[in-house]
Design a protein around this ligand. Structure first.
Ligand SMILES: Cc1ncc(COP(=O)(O)O)c(C=O)c1O
Length: 304
């Protein structure tokens, strides 16, 4: 109990994140036969509810919000919405999720949104056109008003704002001196933007795009500009490994993920992590990494 008789809200540190996250070498002939070492950076073990890059991105925003209610945005299966709802439950903070698709409003919640609701998140469904224009200030104000979240702290879709990007720089710092190349899967590019800034000058980051469209390089530039005032670190985007686009998981990729998971005892998330690992195998096979290269592959999430 605090002096004013209220039970104090838990702090982020009370959630005991496992940081730095573990780094473990794997024994895999698909890499070894090319003289390439692979280490898994187990960000999926940071916290059971704020998994992987969700912790790294949300933690600085939760600190900045100082207990104010949070509002954020996502699709019906958004990992980011789920993590924000969980953070609200764990820290005693009210959360609102603005969800893409007003046609979902009258239907039973899917398991992902049901989890958000169970964690106390208030869900507000909006039509796709308004959702698409949510960065426009007038649309944003109207959306927040309608969601009853006018005074809430706004976290953007995917959680990738300047604070989040700066939070992800810690991932790079944890990997200094440990690998030549650091690979990770990218959606918005926020994690790559921060990671690359935290690495040492002789290291490079490789982002594997899971969305189609080839827009990521420009996004990462913009995110680094917003977070650091200019481009930082050495990084590049691999655009050819999205398997048809976001959430496309053909049988071949599913089988690869199951096999990799069994071989190395790591649960492989399909939408992001599997595409990154598959890209590493393909790039290694094609000779993209010279003999003696050590790669750290970031496990940014876990299967739900
Ligand atoms: C498991 C996982 N890995 C990677 C990413 C990509 O992160 P970013 O949007 O920062 O590129 C996400 C984003 O939601 C994710 O859920």
């Amino acid at each position: 109990m605090s002096d004013n008789g209220r039970v104090p809200r838990p702090l982020l540190a009370d959630l005991s994140p496992r940081l730095p996250s573990p780094l473990t070498e794997i024994d895999d002939d698909r890499f070894a036969r090319h003289g390439v070492r692979v280490l898994l950076k187990r960000d999926d073990l940071i916290h059971p509810d704020l998994i992987g890059n969700k912790w790294r991105k949300l933690a600085p925003n939760l600190e900045a919000a100082r207990g104010r209610p949070l509002v954020t945005f996502g699709g019906a299966y958004s990992n980011h919405l789920r993590a924000t709802a969980a953070a609200g439950r764990l820290l005693g903070i009210a959360t609102t999720g603005i969800v893409r698709g007003d046609e979902l409003a009258g239907r039973p919640l899917n398991p992902s949104l049901a989890r958000c609701a169970a964690d106390g998140m208030r869900l507000h469904f909006v039509d796709r056109s308004a959702y698409r224009h949510k960065e426009d200030p007038a649309t944003l104000t109207a959306l927040l008003e309608a969601a009853g979240a006018r005074d809430a702290y706004v976290v953007p879709e995917g959680g990738s704002n300047a604070l989040a990007v700066r939070g992800c720089a810690a991932l790079g710092r944890e990997l200094r001196g440990r690998a030549d190349v650091v690979a990770l899967a990218c959606g918005t590019g926020g994690t790559l933007a921060g990671l690359a800034a935290g690495l040492a000058p002789d290291q490079r980051a490789l982002g594997v795009a899971v969305l189609k469209g080839g827009f990521l390089t420009a996004e990462v530039h913009a995110l680094q500009e917003a977070a650091f005032g200019g481009v930082r670190g050495s990084w590049q985007v691999a655009d050819g490994f999205h398997f048809g686009g976001y959430a496309r998981v053909p049988a071949e990729l599913r089988a690869f993920a199951e096999d990799f998971g069994q071989l190395h005892g790591v649960p492989v998330e399909h939408l992001y992590v599997a595409k990154m690992l598959h890209a590493l195998v393909a790039l290694t096979r094609s000779g993209a990494f010279r003999t003696g290269t050590t790669i750290a592959a970031v496990v940014t999430g876990a299967p739900q």
